[in-house]
Design a protein around this ligand. Structure first.
Ligand code: ADP
Length: 272
């Protein structure tokens, strides 16, 4: 599925003292199978943008096209849009509530018109993709580590077989081990399933590790787009947009590991 965002503007609380232009004339295209990193300082509009993509919030003006069709043209189809574009919110583990890991992941698919076998297949496949093994299926989600909980929550979205998976700050609040587990699971699911992944992060390290293309949000605009190498060459602009420079040598080291030719004349690359 291709996604096209045309002149998307979103204003919160219009006409009040709290009016806020969160998105300002954003035009973007995302192709099937791409791995996109959406980065930007807090308040730059990342969450507002992704919530438009699966129709949770509606544009003030502009449109979102999925395979050429405006998602708001036929409101009865919005439920299907939400299934096709899976969104894992920040701290998705707060939404775990079933008695067992298996039941939790099965919750979404159970509400679709699927056979028992299809549900079972979706659940097992989603849990495998995020690296949760069988002996954990019958545990309570509350017995798990932070990283495991979050992977189970992501599996719940994956079990709906979305064509696009959006992850909002999936490593927030995790310890380094949990972070690595999640990032590995995300990499695997993109590589194995070939689905489009949009990773929202304020961490340049995380996106440098994984993505093919970066979109930088700044004050409600899509300020820059390009490969990690292109984006991270603009050190000064990134700094001006509040994207922490101290880790830039680390970012370049990650890019170097992935085979990119990084501009060592700008920053000295510390060998990891
Ligand atoms: P990010 O995800 O990059 O941190 P957001 O999309 O959450 O950015 O926010 C963009 C801007 O919109 C910010 O100025 C934020 O304060 C404002 N905003 C976000 N959500 C709301 C809301 N529900 N009501 C009013 N303003 C909001």
């Amino acid at each position: 599925m291709s996604i096209k965002i045309n002149h998307l503007t979103h204003v919160y609380n219009p006409g009040t003292a709290f009016e806020k232009v969160a998105l300002d004339d954003v035009t973007l295209e995302i192709q099937k199978g791409e791995f996109i990193g959406l980065i930007g300082h807090t308040g730059s509009g990342k969450s507002t943008l992704i919530q438009h993509l699966n129709g949770i919030i509606s544009p003030t003006s502009g449109e979102i096209l999925l395979d050429g069709e405006n998602i708001h043209k036929d409101k009865t189809k919005l439920k299907e849009v939400r299934r096709r574009i899976g969104l894992a919110f920040q701290y998705p583990e707060y939404q775990l509530f079933e008695m067992t890991v298996y039941k939790d992941v099965a919750f979404g698919p159970t509400n679709l018109k699927l056979t028992e076998e299809e549900i079972h297949h979706n659940v097992v496949s989603a849990l495998e993709t995020v690296g949760i093994s069988e002996e954990i299926y019958e545990k309570s989600p509350f017995e798990l580590s932070g990283g495991q909980k979050r992977r189970v929550a992501i599996a719940g979205v994956l079990a709906m077989n979305p064509e696009v998976l959006i992850l909002d700050e999936p490593t927030a609040g995790l310890d380094p081990r949990g972070r690595d587990e999640i990032l590995q699971a995300i990499k695997d699911l993109h590589d194995k399933r070939g689905i489009t992944v949009i990773l929202v992060s304020h961490s340049m390290e995380d996106v440098a590790k994984l993505v093919d293309r970066i979109i930088v949000m700044h004050r409600g605009k899509a300020a820059m787009q390009g490969t990690p190498k292109e984006i991270f060459s603009h050190v000064e602009e990134l700094e001006q947009m509040g994207l922490a420079a101290p880790q830039v040598s680390y970012v370049f080291a990650e890019l170097k590991k992935r085979g990119y030719d990084v501009p060592t004349d700008v920053y000295t690359v510390k060998e990891a």
